[in-house]
Ligand binder design. Structure first.
Ligand code: 7TS
Length: 393
């Protein structure tokens, strides 16, 4: 049996999305900016896809959805755009507030910008992996130009107080960006009801293709281009449009938003079943209260069991999980979010992330429970640290 439980890293393509994209790899290959029939033939599908995205996130017509190559590009476009449009021109307002557990596409971009005089405050998570709205507000100074806070964390699934902090930002005249990559399809999102100025998303996290994403930009909050060149996307992002992927992203987003309810019932139930079973294993910690997490995610630590060892045992049995973000997994480092949460360094090395999707089945969960429990027993029986700490205890 093969079981895929790494849906926070990427997801399988929805079969309907694959079918919808297919013609654009065959006869419908025109460049939508061409004036001939081949160009004209693909334009209606692009408009449908954009319409699906506006509807799915309830983006007001006056606002923009910019298509990008991925969430990493969207995050770079916002942070570098704010730098060029505001901070470079008025260094008096050079302060950005963010959290210490953002994706590297935010953290590394801010680190880069700090070489150019940008002052960044990183608000820490508590022991549950939660961010307090009060702490975000307290970090703001009269120099703050932007608050950037993810909607849900990719490692823990913890949902951050975007509504409250974005309302505060608006009141103070501060711009607000959220990386909503892990929230779409898991939480209901309605941009007519939030004070978010910029929202990042990525198709491959919701059963669309990889290499395509987007950025919602509130009316009047436009940013300078990250990519200069052609006149595509109303001159706001140059580069020939990837029609097949945009069409795929539109349908994938529509589908995923239509399944939010299912995520919060069916997937949540499966996740809870898996979590309950794993919690039966002694000395196990799951980060964050369930009701504060996205319904598909578990970040777990089994004392005395290296995350990577567990991963390999699961992998041998056909189960895919991760020790955290695939973006950092090649370095086999400690899980950075676990490091931020706990004083105990062991936590970061024992971290394992299991993330489900609407395509996960109960049979797969039952199989995982069985394999996971046996692997934990096996690895603990050969773990010197576990035997040692148990004796001391
Ligand atoms: N933002 C968040 C919150 C993410 O989880 C990721 C990918 C990205 C941005 C980057 O998206 P991309 O479209 O540029 O690929 N996160 C992960 C993860 O948790 N494991 O692998 C990739």
């Amino acid at each position: 049996m093969r079981v895929y439980l790494d849906n926070n890293a990427t997801t399988k393509i929805d079969p309907l999305v694959k079918v919808k994209m297919q013609p654009f790899f065959e006869d419908l290959y025109g460049n939508p900016n061409s004036l001939h029939q081949y160009g004209m033939d693909v334009r209606p599908a692009l408009n449908v896809a954009l319409g699906e995205m506006y509807d799915a996130l309830r983006v007001p017509d006056a606002d923009d959805i910019l298509i990008t190559s991925c969430a990493t590009e969207s995050n770079n476009a916002v942070l570098k755009g704010i730098f060029f449009k505001y901070i470079l021109k008025n260094p008096e307002k050079n302060h950005i507030v963010t959290t210490s557990v953002e994706h590297p596409s935010v953290l590394d971009t801010l680190l880069y910008l700090s070489d150019f005089g940008v002052d960044v405050t990183y608000v820490d998570v508590d022991e549950n992996g939660a961010i307090s709205a009060e702490a975000m507000k307290a970090a703001v100074t009269d120099k703050t130009i932007l608050i950037s806070m993810m909607w849900a964390n990719n490692e823990t699934g913890m949902i951050f107080p975007v509504e409250e902090v974005s309302a505060f930002a608006k009141e103070k005249g501060i711009l607000f960006h959220t990386d909503a990559v892990q929230a779409i399809g898991k939480l209901p999102i309605d941009l007519t009801k939030t004070n978010v100025d910029y929202l990042t998303f990525s198709a491959h996290k919701f059963h669309g293709p990889k290499g395509i994403g987007g950025l919602c930009v509130k009316k009047g909050k436009s940013l300078p281009n990250l990519l200069h060149g052609g006149e595509q996307m109303g001159g706001k992002r140059a580069g020939t449009l990837n029609v097949a992927y945009i069409v795929g992203m539109g349908l994938a987003m529509k589908q995923t938003v239509n399944h939010v309810q299912m995520m919060n019932t069916y997937v949540r139930k499966l996740r809870d079943k898996l979590e309950d079973a794993i919690m039966q294993i002694p000395d196990t910690i799951v980060v964050g209260p369930r009701e504060m997490r996205t319904p598909n995610t578990i970040l777990i630590s089994l004392r005395g069991v290296e995350g990577e060892s567990m991963l390999w045992d699961l992998n041998k049995a056909g189960i895919a999980a991760s020790t955290g973000s695939a973006c950092a997994s090649e370095s086999l480092e400690a899980n950075p979010v676990m490091s931020a949460i706990g004083e105990d360094p062991e936590l970061a090395h024992t971290a394992m992330r299991l993330s489900l999707s609407r395509f996960t089945t109960e049979e797969e969960v039952d199989y995982t429970i069985d394999v996971f429990t046996k692997a934990a027993e096996r690895l603990r029986s050969i773990s010197s640290t576990y035997a040692y700490t148990n004796e001391v205890a």
